[in-house]
Design a protein around this ligand. Sequence first.
Ligand code: HPA
Length: 270
Amino acid sequence: MKEKIEETLAFLKQKGIPNTTLGIVLGTGLNELVASIKLHLSIPYAEIPHFPKNTQEYQQGQLIYGTFEGKEIVAFQGRFHLYEGYSFFELTYWVRVFAALGGKNLILSNAAGALHPSFQKGQIMMITDHINLQGGSPLTEKGIETLGERFVDMSSPYNPLLRKKAETIAKKEKVILHHGVYAAVVGPQLETAAEYKYLKIIGADAVGMSTVPEVIVARQLKINCIAFSVLTDECNPNFLEPISIPDILAMAKKGEVELIKIVKNLVPVM
Ligand code: HPA
């Protein structure tokens, strides 16, 4: 495992990617951010040794090195999901590569269904904690202890200082920023009414299909995380409507505009 990461790192170094402390994964909610990055280098995932191949045609998978709001960043455009058939280790591989590049702070985003009754679609929730319902962990690997601790602390996976900064920015930018617990499921099917009910009972405020494995690995590697959910649908188990993909995409776009305002102001103070 270590050798693989070293090979990937050697490739990226040889391409000219320097050590970079700040990373952003351009998930749903931050796709458009790429337009604001002053690009120095971009490398398709397909060319990077040991990177899983991106299967979602609508997401161009590439690693970007550039300047954003005056800061050098690496951005990962296109992420990997369990529901695409990747293993936990594969889908979090990029986090290990980011750590090898000197990564210290990571911004993540995702699309999620709103469970909290006062959250509306098109709004943003900052993740304060999570519930892993994906039935596994990216740390259940033979030899994982050679890459970091096995029994990783999860008492505070989302960095409180970064969260405070985001809250201050949201107020200043007049962006409604909810906060709450994100439950990660495997997907790709959405939830039944009974499942949404269950998720509410166990304390989830939003539900989605990503982010948690990446955050677990990031914490193993002592990377500070901040994560946002763009709420694309309202999941009321007592009044569940059939899912509308065009509506979900429209809400993702709406939320994205707001989230980018926060991230643009957050990056300079990270
Ligand atoms: N459930 C799971 N994942 C999601 C949802 C949802 O309702 N909405 C967007 N991603």
